[in-house]
Design a protein around this ligand. Structure first.
Ligand code: COA
Length: 694
């Protein structure tokens, strides 16, 4: 058996060194060996104090998430931590890197805590559908106060050493020589009695302030089951004796491990890491091009957002717009953004000014000559984009990567305007680009592997979830969005109201429903898309012309004060509008449709199952490489609720047979709509397979 914990001696001090790469997770083996080393050190009369530290670039990032699907295995972490806390010799935690979850709970059970400046502290359990299970909710409020504990336990706040020192979570910070500092300190404290957090009372706090903040946090986390339970455990710390509070916390933790939300969140955790590993593998498989300077063409909201995102990563960026006024507006967006970051305390003055000055401005396309990467973000029109690319082909240096930020158009057609289609790629950012994590990287059949690898790598550098997708209408994300919107339109024809559909989709956990989203992104955009695709629409889609009707009435969505909803001055949430009800009544009458009541279950199934079907087509057609890509695209770009695990993970929970049968029934019932049930989905359903387990 490998050693994951080693016991070393420095005179009278025992050093227990955890060594379980990559993040020193507290696996069963680590717990067993830690227990053994503790027994040895505590039983050795010549040892006067203990130091617990870790090898590698992090202390302990938490329990081993891979073990959460297994039955609980002794030694259990709370017992191990009780042994540390109850020790009669002082135990010091020497902390660096990530001190997360069980790692932080381990530190809390020690009697003294010292950290390197780079350490970060968090109890991220709620983000995995859990609550801390080894004393986090009981010891943290005793040590740092209930309010600070609330932010970390319920809000999942991650703090740095300065804040940790301020709230009393750590006793000291050292610049270097963590281990030797801890050992010197151990000699000092060896003569003192151990200082046990469990024996400290929770400092007095204002319950009204606590409750108000708790309500605020919970309202932001609605739909998630773990945060209110974490709050409950934390509140019990003030009401129950320590042991009873610990037992209560543990009971909730154990029940949470197997909860559907915890399973779903684990799936997302590993899906995100699997994607990151694929991006790294891509970069290894092809030589990457260095991207040190970038030019962004088009200073609209999207172009300015992309420039912000690059400057936030420290990349010098040139924002180009041939219209001087548009460029000025872009400059204002950039300046206001950094001014706002400064005012909110997110950046200090030096950093805000450094980032502001990383973005330069130009009005001529020829100024892109030095850029390693040029990202076009002009109006969504093929002819206009092709013209821009024709010019970029003249001005860009050899070896520069030319990217288009199109959200629907054919990247191959754009690349064909240049003499170097191998250097042309799609970079589909989501608005606002400086906030949204998703980046679809659109590969054409001609793109060079090194160009794809370089852009994926840049995506990771920008902190994005960068996913390679094939070149097709709407790529992966918008193609799924389009089928949901199409189905939602049919539901209106059949008798549902926009409010019904939006309420159900919001109830599922999306931040907004399809019609609210349409009003936000613009009825005119949908209208233009339909015009551009007139030849591809089925007869049923053509006749479900609600977008054309809204457009003709000048109802362009939020921007014009009305779309599917009416928007009162200054209100972002729309109200139901008689105009739309009447429009639907007339529409159904013209189409000879007798409206029927449609239940919430049918609305949800219709909206989601058509997406699952389309996702299966995307996999079959090789537009996406993996099931995880589908899940991550919708989680990071479209507000799919993380605690439901992603679209295809959700499909597995429903059961592929249920999904495939429903789709086949609809395909028969609505033959004119041309629903093509994916052959792969049908086969998987017949064979009893699932997306996430193959
Ligand atoms: N248990 C098991 N494996 C873990 C883990 C954990 N608690 N935390 C990270 N890992 C694994 C990852 O799966 C990844 O494995 P891989 O290389 O096979 O893909 C590897 O450690 C590195 O993690 P990664 O996230 O890619 O590295 P990073 O440097 O970007 O981030 C952390 C490191 C610790 C910040 C991040 O992994 C993290 O937040 N982990 C979860 C911490 C947590 O939630 N702890 C509480 C558990 S209840």
């Amino acid at each position: 058996m490998n050693s994951t914990v080693v016991l070393q001696r420095d005179g009278e001090i025992a050093l227990l060194l955890i060594d379980n790469p990559p993040v020193n997770a507290l696996s069963r083996q680590v717990r067993e060996q830690l227990l053994e080393c503790l027994h040895q050190a505590l039983g050795d009369k010549t040892v006067t104090a203990l130091v617990i530290a870790s090898e590698g670039n992090t202390f302990v990032a938490g329990a081993d998430i891979k073990e959460f699907d297994l039955p609980l295995q002794a030694p259990h972490l709370p017992d191990l931590l009780a042994m540390i806390e109850n020790a009669t010799k002082p135990v010091i935690a020497a902390l660096h890197g990530s001190v997360f979850g069980g790692g932080l709970e381990l530190a809390l059970a020690c009697h003294y805590r010292l950290a390197e400046g780079n350490a970060r502290f968090a109890l991220p359990e709620v983000s995995l559908g859990l609550i801390p299970g080894a004393g986090g909710t009981q010891r943290l409020p005793r040590l740092c106060g209930a309010l600070a504990a609330l932010e970390m336990v319920v809000g999942g706040e991650r703090i740095d050493t300065a804040r940790a020192l301020q709230i009393g979570l750590i006793d000291k910070v050292v610049a270097t020589e963590l281990r030797s500092s801890a050992i010197s300190w151990a000699y000092e404290v060896a003569q003192r009695p151990p200082r046990r957090v469990r024996e400290q009372p929770i400092p007095a706090y204002d319950a009204a302030v606590f409750n108000e903040r708790a309500a605020q946090l919970l309202s932001k986390l609605s739909g998630q089951e773990a945060p209110p339970l974490a709050l409950e455990a934390l509140q019990q710390a003030s009401r129950l004796p320590f042991e009873a509070g610990m037992a209560h916390e543990r009971e909730i933790f154990i029940a949470r491990r197997q909860s559907p939300q915890a399973h779903a969140l684990r799936h997302v955790f590993f899906a995100e890491r699997e994607l990151a590993a694929r991006v790294r593998a891509h970069a290894r498989s092809a030589p990457t091009r260095s991207i040190e300077t970038v030019a962004v063409i088009g200073a609209g909201l999207m172009g300015s957002g992309i420039a912000l995102c690059l400057a936030n990563t420290g990349i010098p960026t040139l924002l180009v717009d041939t219209q001087e006024q548009a460029l000025e507006r872009g400059r204002l967006v950039v300046e206001r953004y950094y001014q706002g970051s400064l005012e909110k305390g997110k950046l200090n003055a030096d950093e805000a000014s450094r980032r502001t000055s990383l973005i330069r401005y130009a009005t001529t396309l020829s100024s892109v000559a030095d850029a390693d990467l040029i990202i076009e973000a002009v109006f969504e029109d093929l002819a206009i984009k092709q013209e821009v690319f024709r010019q970029l082909d003249q001005f860009a240096k050899p070896g520069a990567i030319l990217a288009t930020n199109t959200s629907y158009l054919d990247v191959t057609a754009i690349a064909s305007a240049t003499s170097r289609p191998g250097d042309v790629i799609g970079m589909h950012f989501f608005s606002p680009a400086q906030v949204m994590r998703l980046l679809e990287v659109v590969r054409t059949p001609q793109v060079l592997p090194e160009v794809l690898a370089s852009v994926l790598q840049l995506g990771a550098r920008l902190g994005k979830t960068a996913i390679a997708v094939g070149n097709c209408y709407g790529f992966a994300g918008n193609r799924l969005l389009a089928v949901r919107e199409r189905e939602a339109g049919f539901l209106l024809e059949e008798g549902a109201s926009p409010q019904d559909v939006d309420r159900v989709i919001r109830g599922f956990g999306f931040p907004m429903g399809p019609f609210e989203l349409r009003d936000l992104s613009g009825v005119d955009i949908a209208w233009r898309n339909r015009q551009g695709r007139a030849g591809h629409l089925s007869e049923a889609e053509r006749r479900c012309d609600l977008i054309e009707q809204l457009h003709a009435a000048g109802r362009l969505g939020q921007k014009s004060g009305a779309g599917y909803y009416r928007y009162e001055q200054g209100q972002r949430r729309g109200v139901a509008d008689e105009f739309v009800s009447q429009m639907l009544v007339e529409h159904r009458r013209r189409r000879g449709i007798t409206p029927r009541p449609i239940g919430d279950d049918e609305i949800l199934a219709r909206c989601l199952f058509v997406m699952i079907n389309e996702a299966a087509h995307l996999l079959e057609q090789g537009i996406v490489d993996s099931v995880n890509d589908i899940d991550l695209v919708w989680l990071h770009g479209y507000g799919f609720p993380r605690y439901k695990g992603g679209l295809l993970y959700y499909a597995d929970q429903v059961g592929l047979a249920t999904v495939a049968t429903a789709l086949s029934n609809w395909a028969r019932a609505f033959a004119e709509r041309g629903i093509e049930v994916s052959g792969m989905l049908q086969r998987m359903a017949e064979e009893g397979r699932s997306f996430t387990h193959g």
